[in-house]
Design a protein around this ligand. Structure first.
Ligand SMILES: Nc1ncnc2c1ncn2[C@@H]1O[C@H](COP(=O)(O)OP(=O)(O)OP(=O)(O)O)[C@@H](O)[C@H]1O
Ligand SMILES: [Mg+2]
Length: 354
């Protein structure tokens, strides 16, 4: 169990800057997820925390102590990689014991830690096998086991499930959450997967181009995104955006409709904005405010998706419970639920919520 603090952390590779002053405070025992587009710096940040990369400027602190110059092996952290990184010539047992033997831990202690981890992760049967004789899911479980036996203060996971098939991912996701609730350790987990981020995290950090765009609880990010980027990144299907201009207490969309603004936004007359509305936060009605040309309708029985465009060509997706009476190639009218509307300044992208 440990706190982790990042103070104005920067990273450059030669003349290329990739992390631009990240501040973050992760509380002891928290499960923190890093998400963001490919190349935004998630792995780099994790590797700096682990001590596998130098910190160019700023501080990484564990329990209040600056660890910038403490070698990876002495930070009390354990990292699990997407690629498993198991030693192919060693058995599962040897893979798990190796790091502990390097620490000169007594044999009996190593044996008991491995037995406990093997029982917890249900890998008892696999202990004498080599990695080549294991499935992807089993290998990932061994990689997690190897981290568990080190009894780290903080676990670091870099997309640990992305090489697994969908079914196995769901099972392993539950196992890692379960591991977290049993061990209570601080965990930092990088993923591309929306569902993993929303369901596993106590806190999510959304990164973009080496900067944290927002850091908070999953539902706070979903309900109150600070900016257009976070609004478009968190949630699936992605939020719909429609450009427009503020007129009186409404937004006149480029697509023609005029959408009244509820209270709670600070706007200026004539301000260029983007209205944000999630696919499931609209009602279909004959007298709806916004015209949507429905290009494709997916009826899944218990829910339906309509993929279409506004009159100015902006893509627009609708998600309704149950079955909708909409045909592909026809027009449908929708009204955003007023309390579910988001509004962003068109140039800064910042939320205009008061
Ligand atoms: N050793 C290196 N030398 C130079 N540039 C690097 C090096 N390692 C990473 N980068 C650059 O740093 C940036 C961040 O890379 P990083 O691997 O942290 O991204 P990521 O968010 O983990 O992406 P992904 O989701 O694809 O794994 C990228 O632009 C990458 O090209
Ligand atoms: Mg990465």
């Amino acid at each position: 169990m440990a706190d982790l603090t990042l103070n104005n952390v920067h990273k450059s590779y030669g003349a290329t800057d990739v992390i631009f002053g990240i501040d973050m405070a992760i509380q002891s025992g928290e499960f923190c997820v890093f998400v963001g587009p490919s190349g935004c710096g998630k792995s780099t940040l994790l590797r700096m925390i682990a001590g596998l990369e130098d910190v160019t400027a700023g501080e990484v602190q564990i329990d209040g102590q600056t660890v910038n110059h403490i070698p990876a092996a002495q930070r009390g952290l354990a990292m699990v990689f997407q690629s498993y990184a198991l030693y192919p010539h060693m058995s599962v047992r040897q893979n798990m014991a190796f790091g502990l033997e390097n620490l000169k831990m007594p044999r009996a202690e190593i044996k008991s830690r491995i037995e406990d981890a093997a029982r917890m992760l249900q890998i008892d049967e696999l202990m004498e096998r080599r990695p080549a004789a294991l499935s992807g899911g089993q290998r990932q479980r061994i990689a997690i086991g190897r981290a568990v036996v080190r009894e780290p203060k903080i676990f670091l996971f870099d997309e640990p499930l992305s090489n697994l098939d969908a079914e196995l991912r769901v099972a392993m996701r539950a196992e890692i959450s379960d591991l977290h609730s049993r061990l209570g350790n601080t965990m930092i987990y990088v993923t591309h997967d929306q569902v993993e981020a929303m369901t596993m995290a106590d806190k999510i950090a959304v990164l973009r181009k080496g900067v944290v765009e927002q850091f908070g609880r999953p539902l706070d990010l979903f309900n109150r995104p600070d900016n257009r980027f976070v609004a478009g990144f968190i949630g699936s299907p992605a939020m719909n955006f429609a450009k427009g201009v503020v007129k009186s207490n409404a937004v006149a969309l480029d697509a023609g409709a005029v959408v009244p603004l509820p209270e709670g936004f600070t706007t200026q007359e004539g301000q260029q904005v983007e209205l944000g509305i999630r696919a499931s936060h609209m009602d279909v009605a004959a007298d709806g405010l916004i015209d949507v040309q429905a290009n494709m309708v997916e009826q899944l029985g218990s829910e339906s998706y309509v993929y279409g465009k506004l009159t100015d060509g902006t893509s627009f997706t609708l998600h309704q419970p149950g079955q909708v009476d909409v045909q592909s190639g026809t027009k449908v009218r929708v009204t955003p639920r007023p309390d579910m509307i988001h509004l962003f300044d068109a140039s800064s992208g910042l939320s205009l919520r008061s």
